[in-house]
Ligand binder design. Structure first.
Ligand code: DX5
Ligand code: ZN
Length: 215
């Protein structure tokens, strides 16, 4: 069954702990944490301080999505704050293997992210070394954007590569995921779906998660 990772970007930050517990009770599988630096993406969000603060609140794995330049500078602080997954953008990494090894050196699972316009072939040299590929279905920076459908074939492409080179690879989709677009992603082989606004804008988070899961 597909796993659901609510993005706390769309949560009420004034009561972040409660917002996390609400989706945990609602059946979430991971908590997705969007880190933005105002350089790689136009927006600025949260740092390792917040990861450290929410770590004791939930038993769920923390899936930390770094939308930052020079991610190597911050990997240790996110690892020590309690990240279970750290994903870095291929577009932000000059030495991708070095960055992935750095993440793994802290015992953290490593993922590589591709923007919508970045081809799947760029993960070929690293696919056997990583735990997750995250495919963006919006241009990163904000919650609540429209799903870019032209990314769908890339999910199947990564699925085929995983079948050949890394059967345990998680394929995560992020951006504009809702009840309708979730179905399309699952059909192509997604294993984890991130959803921000489609979960946190709803009063009943359990129902929202179930709908995205297709239940
Ligand atoms: C976009 C972030 C996403 C975002 C998803 O830059 O990486 O994780 O929070 O939000 P929705 O689901 O509202 O598109
Ligand atoms: Zn994200």
């Amino acid at each position: 069954m597909v796993k659901i990772a609510p993005s706390i970007l769309s949560a009420d930050f004034a009561k972040l702990g409660e917002e996390i517990l609400d989706v945990e009770r609602g059946g979430a599988d991971l908590i997705h944490v969007d880190v933005m630096d105002g350089h790689f993406v136009p927006n600025i969000t949260i740092g390792s301080l917040i990861v450290d603060a929410i770590r004791p609140v939930t038993k769920l794995p923390l899936d930390v999505h770094l939308m930052i330049e020079q991610p190597d500078r911050y990997i240790e602080s996110f690892a020590k704050a309690g990240a279970d997954y750290i994903t870095v953008h291929v577009e932000a990494c000059t030495h991708l293997h070095r960055t992935v090894q750095l993440i793994k050196s802290f015992g953290v699972k490593a993922g590589v992210v591709l923007n919508p316009a970045t081809p799947a072939s760029l993960i070929q040299p690293i696919i056997e070394d990583i735990d997750m590929v995250l495919l963006m279905t919006v241009n990163p920076g904000f919650g609540g954007q429209k799903f870019i459908k032209s990314v769908l074939p890339k999910i199947a492409e990564v699925k085929a590569m995983a079948g050949k080179y890394n059967q345990n690879l998680e394929i995560e989709i992020d951006g504009g995921v809702n009840e309708e677009t979730a179905k399309l992603c699952i059909e192509q082989g997604a294993t984890i779906l991130v959803a921000g606004s489609a979960i946190y804008d709803q009063e009943d988070r359990h129902a929202a998660i179930q709908k995205i899961r297709g239940k």
